[in-house]
Ligand binder design. Structure first.
Ligand code: SAH
Length: 206
């Protein structure tokens, strides 16, 4: 098993979006956070021997990282065709010595065209900064596809995520904080960089 530090180091070669779309809320998941989430999921026995689905795979950061933990299959769902091209390049660039190749699928993650029901979902969905509650349909997809999911949300989402889970046959079993260091990306950002507190939730679905 690859260590968290080593995984984070290797994921640093994942290249960021060239022209990120504000509407789609395209943010690279920082390698340390991806490695933390995936390492934690591996310790919970949620990756090895499982089907893993990344909803809104973007640069491929989470999907590519997941291949390091001997899943049976990894699917990366993404709406933006340019992001899929980038994710494929990133998969070639990152050396994880994995036997599993990601299936990149261009699709709407809120209506996933997959006949999978016991997957592990990993997702850093749009937070809803541009469109309020843009993360809700991603949780609905996680419920449909997964027996367990890991999703990243903005600070202050715990009550929302817990009540969504409770209303939909799920239970939040773990939650932790993660700090995003964001470089200025969009013209409406006022500062060169800023920190964003994010929250990661593990949900078990029945
Ligand atoms: N974890 C990824 C991306 C996070 S940003 C990374 O680290 O790169 C959120 C991603 O969700 C973006 O790539 C965006 O294009 C994608 N996205 C937004 N709405 C979507 C939808 N309805 N279906 C599929 N992907 C979507």
């Amino acid at each position: 098993m690859v260590s968290r530090r080593e995984l984070a180091r290797r994921l640093e070669s994942v290249t960021d979006f060239e022209a990120p779309s504000a509407d789609l809320e395209q943010y690279l998941t920082p390698p340390e956070i991806a490695a933390h989430l995936l390492q934690f999921a591996s310790l919970q026995d949620d990756l090895t021997g499982r089907s893993v689905v990344d909803l809104g795979a973007g640069t491929g950061m989470l999907a590519i990282g997941a291949t390091a933990f001997s899943p049976t299959r990894v699917v990366g769902l993404e709406l933006d065709p340019d992001a899929i091209v980038l994710a494929r390049e990133n998969e070639r660039r990152v050396d994880l010595e994995s036997a599993v190749a990601v299936d990149w699928v261009r699709a709407d993650a809120t209506r996933p065209p997959l006949a999978i029901s016991e997957a592990t979902v990993v997702s850093n969905p749009p937070f809803g900064a541009q469109n309020r509650h843009a993360d809700r349909p991603f949780l609905e997809s996680a419920r449909e596809l997964a027996s367990v999911s890991y999703t990243i949300h903005n600070e202050g989402s715990q009550a929302f995520v817990e009540s969504f889970a409770a209303d939909n046959g799920g239970t939040v079993t773990h939650a932790f904080q993660a700090t995003f260091e964001l470089a200025r990306r969009f013209p409406f950002h006022e500062h060169a960089s800023r920190e964003l507190e994010a929250e990661v939730f593990r949900i078990e679905w029945r």
